[in-house]
Design a binder for this molecule. Sequence first.
Ligand code: RB5
Length: 364
Amino acid sequence: MKIALGCDHAGYNLREAVLKFLSSKNIDCLDFGSKEFLSEDDYPDAAFKVAYSVSENEADAGILLCGTGFGVAISANKINGIRAMACNNIESAKSAKRHLNLNVITMGGRFVKPEEVEGILNAWLDTPFEGGRHLRRINKIALKEGSTLNASPENNGRVVIFNHPLIQHKLGIIRDINTSAKQFRELLHEIAALMVYEITRTLPLTEKEVETPFAKIKAYTIEGKKLAIVPVLRAGLGMVDGFLDLIPNAKVGHIGLYRDPVSLEPVEYYCKLPFDIEDRDIFILDPMLATGGSSATAINMIKKRGGKKISLVCMIAAPDGVERVHKEHPEVDIFIAALDSHINDQGYIVPGLGDTGDRLFGTK
Ligand code: RB5
């Protein structure tokens, strides 16, 4: 685990105690300083560095220190995906983690003594997030900002909402009942490709030497990651080419599931995966995450066949679907473009966009 740390002059008195705590727990520290006492430094500077590092997944969580814990918390909360709060005692740390899955804890050097730091940080790290209705509430906050949800020090699966203007613009058109099947196909393809761009943001790079017409330079290449995409038939097919446009070497598996019209539960009818699925980073493509039944079943089918590192990519999700997938597969990252309000009696997402398969293939 890696935790980012930042402080201003008024929180500096707690810095040593935090560093000591992290090293005693063998937790890597991404140290944004200030590494020396600077009486004129401003807390937002440290707060933004730490918050961005958590928001962009360079660090799993963050610790911020100022005089009260308040200024750094307000600043950090401006960054997408951050849930920061001042926890100047053990009880606050426990309850903030239980209910808010606090991913940045802040403390005030004027309220907390260095010897109290260990207890507060232990309470934060050791208390589990309760999920359930609290996850639903966090999801609502994230929906407002369009952000990473549920990032936690235990490295739980995340829900990442892609708020990129191009994705949101295309989503607006694809939802429209008057959009033709042709346009619908093109838009799903484009949205999938834009999502790949965001999903692959953290792929590891290695250096390699390249000779340009003028000089030899050190350039970058993506480390030999083995990727697989697995569309859930049939709607997932609409996302395949968008993925392959950008990651052409990914192998493609297929999973066939239909939804029983009465129980609404998924029934398996096909599964063909790359032979080396256990070595691959796997992205399941399922445009609509409604009840979560088919996605959770698809994840099970892949796990049974040896798949380990699995993420789910959906265009639109309902809170029930997110909750079910994370209940059954808490480690799976869920990437979505929108989190809608609810599902109706027929199991469709509302407002959603109707039945993706039918709209994609013009079958209704
Ligand atoms: C700095 O003097 C102080 O205002 C700051 O550290 C913090 O307490 C703000 O909330």
